[in-house]
Design a protein around this ligand. Structure first.
Ligand SMILES: *[C@@H]1O[C@H](CO)[C@@H](O)[C@H](O)[C@H]1NC(C)=O
Ligand SMILES: *[C@@H]1O[C@H](CO)[C@@H](O)[C@H](O)[C@H]1NC(C)=O
Ligand SMILES: *[C@@H]1O[C@H](CO)[C@@H](O)[C@H](O)[C@H]1NC(C)=O
Ligand SMILES: *[C@@H]1O[C@H](CO)[C@@H](O)[C@H](O)[C@H]1NC(C)=O
Ligand SMILES: *[C@@H]1O[C@H](CO)[C@@H](O)[C@H](O)[C@H]1NC(C)=O
Ligand SMILES: *[C@@H]1O[C@H](CO)[C@@H](O)[C@H](O)[C@H]1NC(C)=O
Ligand SMILES: *[C@@H]1O[C@H](CO)[C@@H](O)[C@H](O)[C@H]1NC(C)=O
Ligand SMILES: *[C@@H]1O[C@H](CO)[C@@H](O)[C@H](O)[C@H]1NC(C)=O
Length: 460
């Protein structure tokens, strides 16, 4: 039996298997991995003696038996009132209680089961994180995927008289110093990953599809930093399931996505400091090899320059308002206005390519009107180079425009079309918020995209 102390942000452990004596002690804040094959039957582990103890268990793989995990927190007594079964849900279980009189953990029917166990006085070690990974977008063979956010950004707002707004070409703040260790697991949905054990060690034993081209931390929005993966070499027109594992013990997912058909023409655009949440396919010519996507290093200047100029000019106009001295709204500030305008400008400057959602998962997708075919030349952004292919787009969510309208002073004259007057020809209307009655999505989805890979409108 070997064990390693936990570092603050990283659980390390050794998968090697060791024979265990009849009563092995489990130390606090240490992750243990066991394989039933090398344990005695009904192995027993003694637990640390503390006021409040949390025991968490994760099944990594099972044999033919169904193991039962029992905690006894009164080893002096044989009374069954001090014996608790740890209920397992998709391979994961936890128990919290007091072990002031000492305690032990017994595993019955262990068979060939491999499992992990950890005892701590703080938070649970194994966890199914409620926040999901975020799908940027897919091409025929690529996917852009983000972990759930960590370290939300809290910046202090600018103040009068030195009311400074971020420059058009935002500078990316430095990422957190010791981020969790993230890993991504992708498998064809047909492999049934989501119906097996939903534990990090079980999911991690699946070999992941695709080839990681890049993996870095990216700040898409104020929710925080995310690990960002660009994956190549996936199979076209295939349903995939994805999970993110954090610090080897916490699992997030599953989310689902479908790669586009083989002839899908649009490349991915991502990692632009001036449009931090742009992370989807855009009608641009395929980038020059060896690049397989666009980021700020190879995006044509003919596209970025005008966008930065719009942003700069808008900021200049905005600062004509005595920002921070006078209020134009009880809720909004020049800073929130600039942010909302940036989101809108990016979403209309970079149209989002799409494919008819016929091949997507959708139990309840309010389909075809969502992807309006457009011709190869783009009416919205005259600075995009002409492309030789035709494509379809997902329109920006009307809420992106409404948010800028709401956040900015009136004198800037931001006007969004109303659902009554033809907004649906340029925006995705009524998917997130309730539109007027009878209008496109009718508020049916409440979100711009879901974990099944459906995208109703482009949120950014
Ligand atoms: C801990 O176990 C209980 C059942 O005993 C379960 O309801 C709960 O969701 C578990 N906690 C977490 C964070 O998974
Ligand atoms: C065992 O745990 C239960 C639940 O936390 C608690 O009520 C009980 O007092 C504990 N027994 C001992 C001997 O600490
Ligand atoms: C104004 O604020 C900016 C950014 O916070 C800072 O860099 C600059 O030094 C400040 N200028 C003055 C005059 O305080
Ligand atoms: C934006 O700033 C970064 C450095 O922060 C620079 O590398 C990049 O070229 C700039 N982008 C544009 C379009 O000016
Ligand atoms: C996950 O798998 C990789 C390679 O397959 C391995 O190196 C790593 O130790 C595994 N981690 C866990 C938590 O099982
Ligand atoms: C930005 O302002 C400059 C100077 O006022 C002007 O020449 C330029 O055309 C403006 N650019 C855009 C995109 O509005
Ligand atoms: C992907 O999943 C959807 C819904 O489950 C199904 O209709 C479709 O046929 C699948 N596509 C492929 C290529 O397996
Ligand atoms: C794209 O083609 C149209 C029509 O052929 C032309 O007017 C326009 O200038 C071209 N745009 C660019 C950016 O080359």
């Amino acid at each position: 039996m070997r064990r390693l102390r936990l570092s603050r942000s990283l659980w390390c452990f050794i998968c090697a298997i060791f024979a265990v004596s009849a009563q092995e002690s489990l130390n606090l804040d240490t992750l243990y991995s066991f394989s039933g094959a090398s344990l005695s039957s009904d192995p027993t582990f003694s637990l640390p003696q503390v006021q409040q103890l949390t025991v968490s268990v994760a099944i990594c793989s099972t044999g033919t038996t169904s193991p039962v995990f029992l905690v006894n927190n009164n080893t002096a007594s044989t009374s069954t009132t001090d014996i608790f079964e740890i209920p397992l849900d998709s391979g994961f279980g936890n128990w919290t209680g007091t072990t002031q009189q000492g305690g032990s953990l017994v595993v019955q029917n262990v068979g060939q089961t491999s499992f992990q166990v950890a005892a701590s006085t703080g938070a649970l070690v194994h966890e199914l994180i409620p926040a999901l990974p975020f799908l940027g977008d897919t091409t025929n063979t690529q996917a852009l995927i983000f972990s759930p956010p960590i370290s939300p950004i809290e910046s202090s707002p600018p103040t009068y008289p030195n009311y400074t707004l971020p420059p058009a070409n935002l500078s990316v703040p430095s990422p957190p110093l010791s981020p969790p260790a993230f890993s991504l697991v992708i498998a064809p949905t047909s492999s049934g990953l989501a119906s097996g054990m939903q534990t990090a060690c079980s999911i991690n034993s699946t070999s992941s599809s695709g080839l990681v081209v890049s993996n870095d931390l990216w700040l898409r929005d104020k929710h925080g930093w995310r690990s960002q993966w660009l994956i190549n070499d996936l199979t076209p027109s295939t349903n995939y399931t994805a999970y993110v594992i954090q610090d080897q013990v916490k699992l997030s997912g599953p989310v689902y996505f479908t790669t586009k058909s083989p002839s899908f023409p649009c490349p991915l655009v991502h990692s632009l400091p001036f449009c931090p949440s742009t992370s989807y396919t855009v009608p641009l010519p395929f980038p020059q090899s060896p690049a397989s996507s666009y980021d700020s290093s190879n995006l044509p200047q003919s596209v970025s320059d005008p966008l930065l100029q719009y942003m700069t000019n808008f900021t200049t106009m905005l600062l004509m308002f005595p920002c921070g001295r006078d209020l134009y709204s009880p809720l909004q500030t020049c800073e929130s206005c600039q942010e909302a305008y940036r989101a809108w400008l990016c979403s209309v400057s970079f149209p989002r390519c799409a494919e008819s959602p016929s091949s997507s998962f959708s139990p309840s997708s309010p389909t075809p009107a969502l992807t309006l075919p457009q011709s190869g030349s783009n009416a919205r952004n005259p600075f995009l180079p002409n492309v030789s292919f035709s494509y379809q787009t997902v329109l920006p969510c009307l809420e992106v425009c409404s948010a800028a309208d709401r956040a900015c002073p009136n004198f800037l004259g931001i006007k969004c079309p109303t659902p009554r007057f033809n907004a649906a020809s340029s925006y995705g209307v009524g998917f997130i918020d309730e539109g007027e009655q009878g209008v496109l999505g009718g508020g049916s989805t409440g979100v711009a995209q879901d974990r099944w890979g459906n995208v109703w409108c482009n949120p950014s």
